[in-house]
Design a protein around this ligand. Structure first.
Ligand code: GDP
Length: 322
C-alpha cells in the first residue's frame, strides 16, 4: 500500500468503510500505522449544485495535475447517493480520462447512510490515500445540505463551482456556502456562456470585497473556468496553491488541521452516543413513551429529554458493552 498499489488502497478503504466491529478494530490498527505517513497532501474540497459540472471539472483538473507529476485521489461525500438510482459522486464513469490514469485513484462515496458515517469513512480514506503517496486529494460533494460543511471540515481549501445564472449564486449565498469557500470558480465559461460567466465572476468578486476578508485575511478569489474546454484551470489551481501556501506559511494550516481533528473527535462522540441511545431497546421504549406524552401535550420536551437520558444512564451504569 505504501507503494501506492491501487488494489491495496481499495482494500484498506473497504476496511475503514466497513461497520463490522472486527473490521473496525482492524481498521483502527491500520490507521494508527498509516497516520504518521499521511498529512502531506493538499486537501481540496469541490462543491457545487448537481449539473454545475463537478465531474467534468475534476476529470480535467485531475488529468492536468497528473500531467504535472502529481498523484491525485478523488474521494466523495454524498450520503444521499444509493447504488441503485441517481448519479453517484466519484463514479468512475463520470470521470473517464482520470479513471484510466494510473496516477489517479477514484473512490465513490460510501453509502452507509448517515452523514456522520460517510464523513468518518471519507476522513479515514484520506489517511489511506495520503499514506499511499497521493499528494492531491480532491473531495467532491453536492451543493446541498450539511455535506458541504462536513467536507469543509476535512479539507485545507474549499472550492466552490458556480454558474453564471444569478439564481445559483443567490442559492449559494443563502446556504452560507460562500462563507465556506476559499476559491470560487464560475464554471462553463465557454462558447456563448463566456461573457455571462465573466460578468457573474466580477459581480461575485465585488460582493465578496464588500464582505471584507475572512479568517486569516484571505479574500476568496473568483475566477472563471470551463471543465469541458480545460480553460482557466491553471489560474484556478494557482489560487488553490497560493491559499494552501499562505495557510502553511502562517502556521494556520497545521492549526486548522488540529482543530479539525478535535472537531472530528467531538463528532464521533456525538454520533456514537446517539447510535447507542438508538440501539438500546429499554431506552427506545422510554423514548417512545416520552415522545407520545410530548405529542399529547402532557410533558415538556425538556422533561422528556431528561427522562430519556436518565434511562440511558441506567443502562450504561450496568456492565459496559462499548
Ligand atoms: P456534476 O453533476 O456537477 O458532476 O456535472 P457534470 O460534470 O456531470 O456535468 C453536467 C452537464 O454539464 C453535462 O451535460 C456536461 O456535459 C455539462 N458540462 C460540464 N462541464 C461543462 C463545461 O465546462 N461547459 C459546458 N458548456 N458544459 C459543461
Amino acid at each position: 500500500m505504501r507503494a501506492g498499489s491501487p488494489r491495496w488502497v481499495a482494500r484498506a478503504i473497504t476496511l475503514v468503510e466497513s461497520t463490522r466491529p472486527d473490521h473496525q478494530e482492524l481498521a483502527q490498527r491500520l490507521l494508527v500505522e498509516l497516520t504518521p505517513l499521511a498529512g502531506k497532501a493538499r486537501r481540496v474540497g469541490v462543491t457545487g449544485v448537481p449539473g454545475v459540472g463537478k465531474s467534468t471539472f475534476i476529470d480535467a483538473l485531475g488529468v492536468r495535475l497528473t500531467g504535472e507529476g502529481h498523484r491525485v485521489a478523488v474521494l466523495a461525500v454524498d450520503p444521499s447517493s444509493t447504488r441503485t438510482g441517481g448519479s453517484i459522486l466519484g463514479d468512475k464513469t463520470r470521470m473517464a480520462r482520470l479513471s484510466a490514469d494510473p496516477a489517479a485513484y477514484i473512490r465513490p462515496s460510501p453509502t452507509s447512510g448517515t452523514l456522520g458515517g460517510v464523513a468518518k469513512a471519507t476522513r479515514e480514506a484520506m489517511v489511506v490515500v495520503e499514506a499511499a503517496g497521493f499528494d492531491v486529494v480532491l473531495v467532491e460533494t453536492v451543493g446541498v445540505g450539511q455535506s458541504e460543511t462536513a467536507v469543509a471540515e476535512m479539507v485545507d481549501t474549499f472550492l466552490l463551482l458556480s454558474l453564471a445564472r444569478t439564481g445559483d449564486q443567490l442559492q449559494g449565498m443563502k446556504k452560507g456556502v460562500l462563507e465556506l469557500a476559499d476559491v470560487i470558480a464560475v464554471n462553463k465559461a465557454d462558447g456563448p456562456h463566456e461573457a455571462d460567466a465573466r460578468k457573474a465572476a466580477r459581480e461575485l468578486a465585488g460582493a465578496l470585497r464588500l464582505l471584507g476578508p475572512g479568517a486569516g485575511g484571505w479574500t476568496p478569489p473568483v475566477v472563471t473556468c470551463s471543465g469541458q474546454e480545460g480553460t482557466g484551470l491553471a489560474e484556478l489551481w494557482g489560487h488553490v496553491v497560493r491559499h494552501h501556501d499562505t495557510l502553511a506559511a502562517t502556521g494556520e494550516l497545521a492549526a486548522r488541521r488540529r482543530r479539525q481533528q478535535v472537531g472530528w473527535t467531538r463528532a464521533l462522540v456525538r454520533d456514537r452516543l446517539l447510535a447507542r441511545l438508538a440501539a438500546d431497546p429499554q431506552v427506545a421504549e422510554v423514548a417512545a413513551a416520552a415522545e407520545r406524552e410530548v405529542l399529547e401535550g402532557t410533558l415538556t420536551p425538556a422533561l422528556a429529554a431528561d427522562r430519556v437520558l436518565a434511562a440511558f444512564a441506567r443502562v450504561t451504569a450496568g456492565p459496559s458493552r462499548a
